[in-house]
Design a protein around this ligand. Sequence first.
Ligand code: AHG
Ligand code: MN
Ligand code: MN
Length: 344
Amino acid sequence: MRSKGITLTRHILMEQRAHPSATGELSTLLAQVGLVTKIIARAVSRAGLADILGVTGAVNVHGEEVKRLDEYANQTFINVFGHSGLVCTLVSEEMEKPKHLSENCSQGKYILFFDPLDGSSNIDVNGTIGTIFSIHHRMDGDRHETDAEWFRPGSEQVAAGYVIYGPSTILVYTAGNGAHGFTLDPTIGEFLLSHENIRIPGRGKTYSINEGNYPVWHPSTRDFIDHLKEKDPASGRPYSSRYVGALVADFHRTLLQGGIFLYPGDMKNPKGKLRLLYEAAPLAFVVEQAGGAAGSGTERILDIRPTDLHQRVPLLIGSSEDVALAESFATGRKKRDYERRKKT
Ligand code: AHG
Ligand code: MN
Ligand code: MN
């Protein structure tokens, strides 16, 4: 896929022209996200040299030890957006409460939700990691510092996306008009269009789940994964297993090649592990814009109205046919079909 030399900024401006009402602030905000992730990409590429590996000794709101790169990435968002005038409130996986940038709240129209560094367990072993972001309009009036402001369904996102720090650094975003990928050209420090209007295949050949959780999986999850492993060439089975352990990496492969990523609820963690506001909802926006699907097993991710800032949600995301099949197992429909067919 050759770049057309179109920079992220130019693409966003082209997108913005499609929305006469756009004021350019969203374009500037997205370009600022590009700046943040370029700074993070530089730190990631030199982590071992810049003495930025390892842990801070702190534990975050999720009870997870905070890596120094988590902290560095989080602080980079605060530094870049602190005086941008664009964003009134930052909601981060690494901050228990929303951070109001009060000097921005007089004119800043947006709230930025983000997972500053996703896949932290991969940092110290030079594995692929990422950043995930989600942008909402602030509600009008003086409700901007109330829960109502933050607990918005993903369907209200204005834009969302992620950056994957792998062999190359790629930024994928959607503003509701398709999903588009940009590869960072480090020689000029620009993200250049490399994946225009990404379309996920209707069905894939891989499934991505942490098989180590098998002992606590619900029977419906076991049935679904066992189904994918059965030998049946006519239905394209068995699927291959792929699991990087970083949501952004497993999602990016699924988005480009098809298949399904699952972090389901299980008997130990009924809501699974991934967070709705800054992991599941932004990726659900991207995958739906690419023609795929994202659900919790019982409902569409983008329809879920959060009740807690850091709430977790089970996540089945990827090709529409694969997600539909997984949901039919999750709701027991498939099992009943199975049993009915066995009786005939
Ligand atoms: P984070 O590093 O932001 O906390 O996210 C880690 C998440 C996600 O990236 C990945 O899909 C999942 O944790 C992996 O969890 P397991 O190690 O339990 O498989
Ligand atoms: Mn994460
Ligand atoms: Mn994280």
